[in-house]
Design a binder for this molecule. Structure first.
Ligand SMILES: Cc1cc2nc3c(=O)[nH]c(=O)nc-3n(C[C@H](O)[C@H](O)[C@H](O)COP(=O)(O)OP(=O)(O)OC[C@H]3O[C@@H](n4cnc5c(N)ncnc54)[C@H](O)[C@@H]3O)c2cc1C
Length: 839
C-alpha cells in the first residue's frame, strides 16, 4: 500500500500535476490509506478534518488565493532581498533564450536542433576572404607590440576605410551591417594574427557608442554620427570605469549638473560635466567619447527630481576641458588604452544618447548593449587565440622531436593537447551558438556572461597548455614566437567586460536564478505590484506553478539519477543520445538545487558566492554541452570529430557533477543538504573524467593535416603567398590551403604557405616532416649499417645522395625539410642594444 501511494505521489510530482489534480488525488489516497491503516476512530476523524481543511484551502481558488497565497505573499515581501535600482536594471536587462530551457529542468532538445544552422552569407564570406585576409597579411605583431607600440598608420587607415569600425552599423549609414556571426568571425580571424588589432576592431563594434546609438539614439544623433563612425572619421571609445568604480560600476562618482551655458556662441540648456576615467580602450586617440555619469538637476531646470541617475552622453574630445592622450601599458599589448579626465566640460542637452527621455536610463542601456557585445567580442577574440594555439601546438608536437620521438607522441604531452583540442572545439561551438542568439534578435544577458567567462577562462588554460607544449619556443619573444603575446593578453580578456571572479560568483547564477527561472520573476513582479487583487492573482498562479515545478524536479531528479538518465526521451543518434539524457537529468537536478538554494538561503544567497558560483558552473556546463551537441549535428555528424566531442562532453558533465557535489557538501543547512544529496546522487557520483584513449585520439588528429584539424581551427589566418612558380615546380613540397578557404577557387593553386612567416613555416614543416619520414627512415637504416658516416644532418643527406641511396630530388626535399624544421625550432636572439628600453 505504502509503495503504491509513493508511486502515485511520485507520478503526480514527475508530471508536474496541477494543484487541482493533487487535491483530487488526496481525496482518494488519504481515506484509503487511513482506512487500511486501521487507526483509531479519533485519529481517523483528525485525518478527515485535516483532509477537509486541505480540500477547502487548496481546492477552492478564492480561499487558496486569499488565505494560502496571501499569507505566503506577506512573508515573501518581508524576506525579498533588497535590490538596488542598479541591480534591478541589470536583472531586467536582456532576454532569456536557451538558458530558460536549461532552467526548466526539461530542455526541449528538438527545439535546440531546430535553431537555424550557424553560417555566413556569401558577401560576409567574401569580406573574410578578401578584406580580413588582407588586413591580417598587413599585421606584423612583433613590429606592432615591440617596435611601434601601435598599429602602423596604413593599418589604421585600412581598418577605417574598409569598414572595420562600422561592422555593426547598417548599410544605410555606410556601415557593413554584418550579422553577429560574421562580426564574430572577423574578430576571431584578426585575433589569430594580432591581439592588438583584434581589440582595436572589437571596441567600436562592442560597447562603442555605435551600438548605443543604434538602439537608443535619436534620429538626429544617428544621422550625425553613424556615417562618420562607419568610415572611421570619428574614432570612438566608451568610458564607464574609473579609479573608484571598477566592478561596481554603478558607483561612479563622475557627475554632470544641468545648467545654462555657452555652446557654439549661444546660451543653451546643457550639462556641466566632471569625470575621471581609466582603462578606456581607444581613449588616447578618440574623437568621440561615450561617457557614463550621474546626472543632477539641483535647480530643477528639467522639472522633477534633482538626482536623475546614470546617464550616457557623447562628448566630442576637442571640447575645452577634455583631457585625453595619455596611455596605459596593458601587459605589453599595443592597443590604445588610457585614462581621460574632464573638468567642467559644458555640453548641450542633445549630447545625451537618446535625448532627454533617456536621462537616468544609462545603466539599463549599458547592460542591454553589453548583453549583445559581450556575446561576441571576447568569445571571438579568445577563440581566435585558442585555434591558433591548437593548430600550432599540434603541428609543433609533430615536428619537434626529443628522445628521437615527436614530443606529441609522449603521453605527458598528449594530455595538454587533448585539453587544447577539446576546449577549442567546445568554445567555438558556444561562440557560434551565442552569436546565433544575437542574430535571432536576443540580448542574452545570462548566456553572454556564461560564454564570456568560459571562453576567456578556457582560453587562458589553452594558452598555458600551448606554452607548456612549446617549451622555450613559447617563452622567447620575437618575430618567431606566435604564442607569447597571446599568453600576455589572457588576463586582459579575463578582466574586461565584467571581471571573471565577479561574473562567476555573482552574475551567472545570481542573474540567471531570477531572470531565466520560469517563476521567480513573476513572483517578484507580483510582490512589487501595488494593486492587491492583481498581485494576489498573479502570485497565486506563480506560487502554485512554482511548487508543482519544484516537486516535478525533485521527482525527476531522483528517478533520472536512479536510471542514470536511461529511458529519458532524447533525439536519435547513437553516439550522442546518452549525452542528451544525462543533460536532461542534470537540468532537473539543477532546477531543484536552484529552488532549494533560493528557498533556504533567501536573500543571503547573494552573499553565498561560492554556492552561487558552483550553481553557475552547472548552468554553464549545461549550456556549453548544448552548444557542442548542436555543433556536431550542424557539422553533419563527422565521425572524425567524435573524439573531440566525447572528450569535451565527458569533461563538462564531470565538471557539472563535481560542481553539484560542491554545492551539496557546502550547503549550510543540514536537512536541505541530505535531501539534495538523496535526490541528486542517490547512488553516489558516477561520472568520471574523459578516458586516456580519447586524449590519444585527439592528439593524433591534431598532429596531422586532415579534415578534423581543419574544422577545429577553421577561420584563423594562415599566412600564404601568391607563388605560382614555386607551387608548379614542387607541388608536393607545400600543400594547398584546405579547399573552400579561398574566395576564388581558381586562385587556390597560386597560394602556398609563407615559409618566411613563423606560422606559415610551421604548417609547411608539418607537411614536410610527414612527407620525408620514409626518406629519413632510409637514411637511418643506412647509418645503422655503417653506409653513412657523417654525423651532421646536412652532410649526411649529401653523402646519401652521392652514394645513390637517395635521388637528387629526394635530397632537395630532405634539405628543405631540415631548413623548415630548423626555422620552426629556432627562437629569436637580439643584440643587447636592440632590447634596451626606449630603443
Ligand atoms: C585593458 C583594459 C581595457 C578596458 N577597457 C575599458 C573600456 O574601454 N571602457 C571602460 O569603461 N572600462 C574598461 N576597462 C575596465 C574593466 O571593465 C574593469 O577593469 C573591470 O570592470 C574591473 O574593474 P577593476 O579593474 O577596477 O577591478 P575591481 O573591481 O577592483 O576588481 C578586482 C577583483 O575583485 C573581483 N570582485 C569585485 N567585486 C566582486 C564581487 N562582488 N564578488 C566577487 N568578486 C568581486 C573582481 O572580479 C576582480 O577579480 C578596461 C580594463 C582593462 C584592464
Amino acid at each position: 500500500m505504502l509503495v503504491a501511494v509513493l508511486i502515485v505521489i511520485l507520478v503526480l510530482a514527475f508530471f508536474r500535476a496541477s494543484i487541482t489534480s493533487w487535491v483530487l488525488a488526496m481525496m482518494v489516497i488519504v481515506p484509503v490509506v487511513a482506512i487500511q491503516s486501521r487507526i483509531s476512530d479519533t485519529a481517523l476523524q483528525a485525518v478527515y478534518l485535516a483532509l477537509f481543511l486541505f480540500i477547502v484551502l487548496f481546492g477552492i481558488p478564492v480561499l487558496r488565493r486569499n488565505v494560502v497565497s496571501g499569507t505566503v505573499l506577506k512573508i515573501f515581501r518581508k524576506i525579498l532581498p533588497q535590490i538596488s535600482a542598479t541591480e534591478q536594471e541589470a536583472i531586467d536587462a536582456g532576454t532569456v533564450w536557451w538558458d530558460g530551457d536549461l532552467f526548466s529542468g526539461h530542455p526541449d532538445w528538438n527545439k535546440l536542433l531546430a535553431f537555424p544552422k550557424c553560417g555566413l552569407s556569401a558577401a560576409e564570406q567574401a569580406f573574410l576572404d578578401n578584406e580580413v585576409e588582407q588586413l591580417c597579411a598587413m599585421l606584423d605583431d612583433w613590429d606592432i607590440t615591440h617596435k611601434r607600440a601601435d598599429l602602423p598608420p596604413e593599418v589604421w587607415q585600412f581598418m577605417k576605410t574598409k569598414g572595420f569600425f562600422g561592422m555593426i552599423i547598417p548599410k544605410r549609414y555606410g556601415g557593413l551591417e554584418l550579422s553577429a556571426q560574421a562580426h564574430s568571425a572577423v574578430v576571431s580571424k584578426v585575433a589569430s594574427r594580432s591581439g592588438t588589432a583584434a581589440v582595436t576592431v572589437m571596441v567600436p563594434n562592442s560597447l562603442g557608442p555605435a551600438e548605443l546609438l543604434l538602439h537608443y539614439g535619436t534620429d538626429e544623433q544617428k544621422e550625425k554620427y553613424l556615417h562618420r563612425l562607419a568610415c572611421g572619421l570619428e574614432v570612438p571609445c566608451f568610458a564607464l570605469t574609473g579609479p573608484f568604480a571598477g566592478s561596481d560600476a554603478g558607483a561612479i562618482p563622475d557627475c554632470g549638473e544641468v545648467c545654462y551655458g555657452e555652446f557654439a556662441g549661444q546660451r543653451v540648456l546643457g550639462i556641466r560635466l566632471t569625470w575621471e576615467k581609466r582603462y578606456i580602450t581607444l581613449a588616447p586617440v578618440a574623437t568621440l567619447l561615450g561617457l557614463a555619469f550621474k546626472l543632477y538637476d539641483p535647480e530643477r531646470l528639467l522639472g522633477g527630481e534633482t538626482d536623475r541617475g546614470i546617464t550616457l552622453a557623447l562628448i566630442p574630445t576637442d571640447l575645452p576641458g577634455v583631457q585625453i592622450g595619455r596611455r596605459h601599458f596593458p601587459l605589453n599589448s599595443a592597443f590604445l588604452n588610457g585614462p581621460t579626465q574632464g573638468k567642467e566640460v559644458f555640453v548641450p542637452m542633445d549630447c545625451i544618447i537618446g535625448g532627454i527621455s533617456r536621462i537616468g536610463q544609462g545603466w539599463r542601456m549599458l547592460m542591454e548593449c553589453l548583453a549583445a557585445g559581450r556575446s561576441i567580442s571576447l568569445p571571438a577574440s579568445s577563440i581566435g587565440g585558442m585555434k591558433l594555439a591548437a593548430r600550432t601546438s599540434g603541428a609543433y608536437s609533430r615536428v619537434r622531436k626529443q628522445f628521437k620521438m615527436p614530443i606529441g607522441k609522449f603521453e605527458g604531452v598528449e594530455e595538454p593537447l587533448a585539453r587544447i583540442g577539446a576546449y577549442t572545439y567546445m568554445i567555438d561551438a558556444a561562440r557560434q551558438f551565442t552569436a546565433l542568439a544575437v542574430d535571432l534578435g536576443e540580448k542574452p544577458s545570462v548566456i553572454s556572461a556564461i560564454v564570456k567567462y568560459h571562453a576567456t577562462e578556457r582560453g587562458r588554460t589553452v594558452i598555458n597548455d600551448a606554452m607548456d607544449v612549446h617549451g622555450g619556443k613559447g617563452i622567447c619573444l620575437g618575430p618567431e614566437n606566435y604564442l607569447g603575446r597571446g599568453y600576455e593578453l589572457a588576463p586582459v580578456t579575463i578582466t574586461v567586460e565584467g571581471a571573471n571572479i565577479l561574473t562567476r560568483s555573482m552574475i551567472i547564477f545570481g542573474q540567471g536564478a531570477i531572470r531565466s527561472h520560469p517563476y521567480v520573476l513573476k513572483e517578484i513582479a507580483a510582490a512589487h505590484d501595488r494593486n492587491h487583487q492583481r498581485a494576489l492573482h498573479q502570485f497565486d498562479e506563480a506560487l502554485f506553478g512554482h511548487i508543482s515545478f519544484a516537486l516535478g524536479n525533485a521527482a525527476r531528479s531522483l528517478v533520472f539519477a536512479l536510471s542514470n538518465g536511461r529511458g529519458i526521451p532524447a533525439p536519435p543518434g547513437g553516439e550522442t543520445r546518452r549525452y542528451y539524457q544525462q543533460l536532461t537529468r542534470f537540468s532537473a537536478s539543477f532546477a531543484l538545487s536552484a529552488d532549494v538554494a533560493m528557498a533556504v538561503l533567501g536573500g543571503s544567497l547573494k552573499r553565498r558566492e561560492k554556492i552561487s558560483a558552483r550553481l553557475g558552473d552547472v548552468l554553464s556546463m549545461l549550456y556549453l554541452c548544448s552548444a557542442a551537441l548542436k555543433r556536431f549535428e550542424d557539422d553533419g555528424r563527422p565521425a572524425e570529430d567524435l573524439p573531440l566531442l566525447h572528450w569535451a562532453m565527458q569533461d563538462a558533465l564531470y565538471q557539472a557533477q563535481q560542481a553539484f557535489d560542491g554545492v551539496i557538501r557546502n550547503f549550510p543547512n543540514a536537512p536541505a543538504r541530505w535531501m539534495l544529496s538523496a535526490l541528486t546522487f542517490p547512488l553516489g557520483l558516477r561520472l568520471s573524467p574523459p578516458a586516456d584513449y580519447l586524449g590519444h585520439q585527439i592528439a593524433t588528429l591534431m598532429m596531422q593535416p586532415g579534415a578534423a584539424r581543419d574544422r577545429l581551427t577553421a577561420g584563423i589566418y594562415l599566412p600564404k603567398v601568391h607563388d605560382k612558380t614555386r607551387h608548379a615546380l614542387s607541388p608536393h613540397l607545400n600543400p594547398l590551403p584546405p579547399a573552400g578557404e579561398e574566395a576564388n577557387e581558381s586562385l587556390r593553386e597560386f597560394y602556398v604557405y609563407d615559409e618566411q612567416d613563423a606560422v606559415g613555416a610551421l604548417e609547411a614543416a608539418l607537411a614536410s616532416t610527414l612527407a620525408c619520414e620514409p626518406l629519413q627512415a632510409e637514411l637511418e637504416k643506412a647509418r645503422k649499417v655503417g653506409q653513412l658516416r657523417s654525423l651532421e644532418e646536412l652532410p649526411r643527406i649529401a653523402e646519401a645522395r652521392d652514394l645513390g641511396i637517395i635521388t637528387a630530388e629526394q635530397a632537395l626535399l630532405l634539405e628543405r625539410d631540415y631548413a623548415l624544421r630548423r626555422k620552426v625550432i629556432m627562437v629569436d636572439d637580439f643584440a643587447p642594444e636592440e632590447l634596451r628600453a626606449g630603443h
